[in-house]
Design a protein around this ligand. Structure first.
Ligand SMILES: [Zn+2]
Ligand SMILES: [Zn+2]
Length: 376
């Protein structure tokens, strides 16, 4: 069967042939891949030739945002059956640490995990895949068309979950007892700045807006770009930061409430990400999800930075990957996002390619590109 990915020692993206996988354990599921989303990680792998191929192998199948249909299941599989539409998580645990042993490999303690399509394990740019039931999540029949957003939305879900978990240290942040971070109305009376209006920034904004967070989104595209349009469509404010320094961006966000309670970094632009720490509000949280790929050395006033973080009770937290629980949260929120913001998820898919046209996926240069989906 056709597979698309990277080949050891060669740059760029390549096609190769793989045998169709088979079920060999009683808890395994054989899935026919239908759609795979492409994201910044995939583009960066090709652009920076980030080959992370398992020892003893000469290639890695790329693609980690998948939707498929179950073709067969092992004897012990209960939660899915042939014909079901499913999505699969990305990370596979180390098998040693307690988080991984409890299907929370996104928090792996040893670093010995693998990731399908990214880190030492084949991904989903191919026709069939086999995996254990614990990594396979059933998609409700009415969500099949939007299920390709489950994985990227799960990353935003984990980020928002971290914010709510950590900020529940602040039960009296506003005058309304029912606006605590653990309540369903947690976003009211809160202001957020999202940095980056790529798919992750847009999906994080969708979750923040669903919770009624007053949200600003910063990026370097013009006000009339499709990304900015989507941001405004969700009732968030778009800031074109091309001629703004970080202080001006934060001052603008503070103009309504005086505080920025949440910063959500989803751009991977290292210098802005670090510089913005200087402008965090008191008792606020800054969550980082973007991963910079190039080196960037910056001079900072370390004493001032530490002084501020201590005196203002600030939290800077990283959030990577996601686990099954975040996939389940995403599948609950996809219909809410799509009905509240009128088809915006469909609007995010700007390009579709067939798997055979894999060269076009990575040579595409269109400023209007938001989400590319590959039809297998
Ligand atoms: Zn682990
Ligand atoms: Zn309130």
């Amino acid at each position: 069967m056709l597979a698309i990915g990277m080949v050891r020692g060669k740059s760029g993206v390549h096609a190769f042939d793989l045998p169709k996988p088979e079920i060999s354990q009683t808890d395994e599921v054989l899935v026919q891949v239908q759609e795979v989303g492409v994201d910044g990680t995939d583009f960066n792998m090709i652009k920076h030739n980030l080959q992370d191929i398992a020892e003893g192998h000469d290639e890695i199948v790329m693609g980690h945002e998948m939707v498929g249909v179950v073709e067969a299941v092992g004897r012990k599989v209960k939660s899915v059956a042939p014909g079901d539409t499913v999505v699969m998580t990305v990370r596979r645990g180390c098998g040693q640490c307690q988080p991984c042993l409890h299907n929370q490999s996104d928090m792996c303690m040893t670093g010995l995990y693998t990731e399908r399509g990214i880190h030492k394990r084949d991904g989903f740019f191919t026709e069939f895949v086999v995996d254990q039931e614990q990594y396979v999540v059933k998609v409700p029949a009415d969500l099949v068309k939007l299920a390709v957003f489950t994985e990227p939305l799960s990353i935003a879900e984990k980020g928002v979950e971290q914010i709510r978990l950590i900020q529940s240290r602040l039960p009296w942040a506003c005058e309304h007892p029912d606006h605590t971070f653990s309540s369903s109305d947690w976003g009211r009376c809160r202001t957020a700045l999202v940095i980056g209006a790529g798919p992750l920034g847009i999906l994080a904004t969708a979750l923040l807006r669903l919770a009624e967070v007053h949200t600003y989104v910063a990026d370097i595209v013009p006000e009339d770009s499709p990304k900015a349009h989507l941001i405004k469509h969700m009732g968030a404010n778009y800031i074109d930061t091309r001629n703004k320094i970080p202080k001006e961006i934060v001052d603008f966000c503070c103009s309504t409430s005086g505080n920025v309670d949440i910063m959500f970094e989803a751009s991977g632009a290292a210098s802005t990400a670090i510089e913005l720490i200087n402008y965090m509000s008191r008792s606020s949280i800054y969550i980082m999800t973007g991963i910079p790929r190039e080196e960037f050395v910056l001079q900072v006033d370390a004493a001032q930075l530490v002084r501020q973080i201590v005196r203002y009770n600030q939290v800077v937290v990283g959030s990577v990957n996601s686990n099954r629980s975040h996939f389940e949260m995403a599948l609950k929120d996809i219909p809410a996002i799509n009905s509240r913001f009128g088809g915006m998820l469909e609007e995010m898919i700007t390009h579709r390619f067939k798997l055979e046209d894999y060269q076009k996926i990575f040579t595409l240069s269109d400023p209007k590109q938001i989400k590319t989906v590959v039809d297998v």
